[in-house]
Structure formats: C-alpha cells, structure tokens
Design a protein around this ligand. Structure first.
Ligand code: F0G
Length: 499
C-alpha cells in the first residue's frame, strides 16, 4: 500500500486544532534574571517612564513596540554579511529597488538615471514624513491634512510645518455592537463634507494602513477606493502611511467580499494602485530593525500637481540623511530590507503572525478584560476607561500609565499607554487636561519573536492586575506635563492612595 493512500484514512492535517509555527528558531538569547524588587527600584529611577527602563532588565515580554523589534530570518542575517558599504549606489540599493517595484509597482521607483526622482530612502518613517510635510507645508498657509487617524509623529510633522492634522476616525471604531472588520476606515461622510468646504486648503489626503492610532484596525479596499475617488474628484492626491501594508492586505483577503481568492501580492498591488504616493517605516512590515522611505507614483497626481517637489525632497534628503542611494542606512541595513520586504507578504507568515495577536487578545477577553474588538493586526488594545470604570481612578489620574508601571515592576512585561497621557495635552491657561478620543494601553507584538507561552504569561499577569485594579493608584506627573510629545519625556510617581 502506498503511504499516500494510507494517510487518507486519518484526519487531514489542515483540520487539526493546533499547528506548529511556520518557522524554526534561528538563534536565541537568554534573558537576565532580575527580581520584582530590582525592577521596581529601577522603575522609580526611570520616573515610571517605559522608554527609560533598561530593556536588559525585562524578564517577561517587551511589548513596547512592534517597530524595529522583529527577529530577522537566517536569509536576512546572511544578506547582512553580503553588504556593500560603498558611498553611492551600493549593491543593496539595487536589490531594494527591485523589491520595491515587485511589492508596490514599478511606478514607485524610477531608474535613478531617468531624471525623475521619485523614490527616497530614509533611516526610518518619521524623517520621510518630515521631508514630505516640509515641502507640502510651503504650498500655502492654513493647510489641512485629513486622515483616518494620524500617527503621533505624522501629526507632529504636519503641525511643525504649520498645517492642521484632522483625524476622521470611522464611526464604527468605538461601536462595540458592530461586527465590522474594517474599523480603521476613514469616515467617508465627514471626509466628503470637509473636502466640499475646504478642498482648496488640502494639499493631500492620508490613509494610515493599518490604523495604529485607531486600535490597529485595518482599512477596507472599498474605503481606500472611495477615499481615492473623493480625493481625486477635488484634484487632491492621496497618500498611504503604509507601515503595516501587508497586515492590512491580509485582513482584506480574509474579510472583504471578492478578495478571498486573491493572493496577498495582488491585493497589495491593487491597494497601491489607488494612491499617488506613500511614506513607510520599514521597521514594521519591512521586517527590519531600521529603515523607512517616501515613494511618489510616477505620473501620479502628486507628481503632476507639484512637479518641483521631488527635486526639493532630494535636496532635503541629501542635506539631512545622505545620498538617495543609501538614504541614512548602512549597506547592511539595506541588504536586510531587500530580503525582509519579500518575507512580509508571505501568506503563511501573515496568517501565523496575525492569528498569534488574535489568540493573545482572545485570551485576555476570555479573562474578562475590556479589549478592543475585533483585534487588530499588530497589537492588542486594552480600554483603560472600562478597566478602571468601577474604581476611584479619574481620567486625569492617568490610570493607564499606572497600569503599565505595575505590570512591569510586578511581572516583568513592558507595554505602553496610548491614551489620556500620550494622546492628551495640558492646557496651561485653563490648567486642565484635554482628553483624546481613546484611552488605551497597547500590547504591541514584535514579529517572529515570542511564543504562545510568553503571551499566555502576559495574559495571566494582566488578569491578576484586573482582579486587583482597586489597588492600582493614580500617578502624579513630576515632569513634562505640558511638553509636546510628552509621553516620551515625562516622569511620574505613584500617589499615596488609600482605599
Ligand atoms: N506611522 C505609523 C502608523 C507608525 O506606527 C509609526 C511608528 C510611524 C509612522 C513612524 O515610524 O518609528 O520608523 O519613525 N510607530 C511605532 C509604534 C514607533 O510603536 O507604533 P518610525
């Protein structure tokens, strides 16, 4: 009997409940051992600020960010050794060019000798945003950049150039009863009415895929298409903040009618066919530790409307980052990017990755925790207003900050508050806090780094904190309350608290 006939008598592999990961460990790193007391003392020194806590003292999971924290593959490590550190047009530059063309379309990377520069490599996402908005900000005064939810650095770069960043979050975003899968969408009604009123003040529109500020939620192809149509109707170019483009494409494949049979690469191409340019941090779906870029569509609306900007961007890039053929990256960084970008659209990788995030979120939900649903692509978001709803914690007590500090000190896991403190601000005149739309703590899951047991241990620790939430005290802000981007700089201490 042939073995292939024999195995037909057994349940099929695909029907099993558990599947092994689609990769092997390449190398591992042992953690240091620190006691909760040592972590707590260090945290007091760091002013309870997650960014200032030494990562070597993290004994649990470091879920501060999914940015630049990926474990690279053996092919990437091999590529790193094949690097060429030449000062211009190094080997990796041509490989990255080839891969950008393959992933996003040939209109996003012109031949460097064509005289039509449109592809600009930067060392991460924010300098690419800086270059774009420095040039766009010069087009006039009182300009507005509408988006589905600008990331904080994007918003900061818009403001720095005297423009207004407007967030048009989907009305579905905080609607718990909604089973809609694409809560990252732009609010199309508000977008249309803004353009009707102010289209001559809008140099470009922006869609962040997936919507990191809005719970890591994906944007549907339908919304991308509609936003593009409305924008183009008013002769306004559309851009992506494309950091998590591959994860967004996976959600479209899984949940949007008409896309179930299309592969990720085809879906990505269609997504990018609707935009005139994009900024990207390759530290996310580029699967690298460093890298970013700004890409303009050749013959797209942006290049047609603002023909002088590409050259101005190139000048800016040379002054700030380096020649366009390396753009602030070493030759070895560029080599790892050429390979990382290839892996990012692999279906088995994306399926495993996003389901890992989902399983972790479901685990928290099953423990009774108020997690944002559906669970997004790169992170799980815990609603701190609900978490502390039946306690004495008030919004300006920054319970989310206190939660992250207790979780790190007591159980060794690092997360980040993205809510009343990070996205809020202090009005010096009224001496009052201006609160944002959302109050989350985010658990960002680094790519290819943790196993189920790691995340199970985080879920258990969070459950314990929830059961003991009345023991989590408010925090006082001891430094930086009124600073811009204050969560990166501020210091806190626990308030004396009796219950
Ligand atoms: N846009 C989005 C949607 C982002 O999430 C980030 C970074 C950036 C732009 C900026 O890219 O860090 O390479 O300069 N997000 C990280 C995070 C830092 O933790 O969410 P960068």
């Amino acid at each position: 009997m042939k073995t292939s006939d024999l195995i037909k008598k057994f349940p099929e592999e695909k029907d099993l409940v558990t599947h092994s990961r689609p990769y092997f460990n390449h190398s591992i790193e042992f953690k240091n051992i620190f006691t909760p007391r040592e972590r707590a003392d260090m945290l007091d020194i760091a002013g309870l600020n997650m960014f200032f806590f030494p990562s070597e003292m993290i004994t649990g999971c470091d879920l501060l960010s999914d940015s630049g924290t990926t474990s690279m593959t053996n092919e990437q490590w091999a590529a790193l050794h094949l690097r060429d550190e030449a000062y211009g047009s190094n080997r990796g530059y041509f490989l990255v060019m080839k891969q950008i063309i393959e992933t996003f379309g040939e209109e996003f990377f012109n031949d460097p000798n064509s005289g039509r520069p449109n592809a600009f490599i930067f060392h991460q996402g924010r300098p690419a945003e800086d270059a774009l908005f420095t040039m766009v900000g010069r087009l006039g005064s009182g300009l507005i950049i509408p988006g589905n939810g600008h990331f904080d650095t994007t918003q900061a770069n818009i403001k720095r150039n005297n423009m207004q960043a407007v967030n048009l979050f989907s009305p579905e975003l905080m609607d718990e009863s909604s089973g809609y899968h694409f809560k990252g969408d732009m609010d199309l009604i508000k977008f249309k009415s803004l353009l009707e009123r102010s289209h001559n003040k809008i140099p470009l529109s922006y869609l962040t895929i997936t919507n990191n500020t809005g719970g890591g939620q994906p944007v549907s192809m339908e919304n991308i298409r509609d936003v593009s149509n409305v924008s183009n109707h008013y002769d306004i170019p559309l851009f992506f903040d494309a950091c998590r483009f591959a994860e967004n494409a996976w959600f479209i494949q899984q949940h949007e009618p008409g896309y179930g049979n299309k592969d990720i690469k085809t879906i990505v191409k269609e997504m990018f066919s609707y935009v005139d340019g994009f900024t990207i941090s390759f530290k996310k779906d580029g699967l690298v530790n460093m890298g970013g870029g700004l890409f303009l569509k050749d013959n797209g609306l942006f290049m047609k409307k603002y023909p002088d900007i590409p050259d101005a961007i190139m000048g800016h890039q040379i002054d700030k980052e380096g020649h366009p053929t390396y753009g602030g990256l070493s030759g070895r960084d560029i080599m790892t990017l050429a390979v990382g970008l290839k892996i990012a659209t692999k279906e088995e990788y994306l399926t495993y990755r996003i389901n890992q995030v989902k399983d972790f979120g479901e685990n928290l939900k099953n423990h009774g925790l108020p997690v944002m649903a559906p669970i997004g692509g790169h992170a799980v978001y815990l609603d701190m207003n609900k978490f502390f709803a039946d306690t004495a914690i008030k919004p300006e007590d920054f319970g989310g900050v206190a939660f992250t500090a207790v979780l790190l000190a007591a159980y060794g896991h690092r997360t980040i508050e993205l809510g009343n403190f990070s996205f809020g601000s202090y009005d010096k005149k009224t001496k009052k806090e201006i609160l944002p739309e959302f109050n989350f703590v985010r658990f960002a899951i680094p790519r290819l780094r943790y196993e189920k047991k790691d995340l199970d241990s985080v879920a258990e620790a969070v459950k314990i904190l929830y059961e003991n939430r009345d023991k989590i005290p408010p925090v006082n802000v001891t430094y930086g309350r009124d600073l811009p981007m204050r969560h990166f700089k501020a210091r806190f201490e626990f308030r004396k608290y009796s219950i």
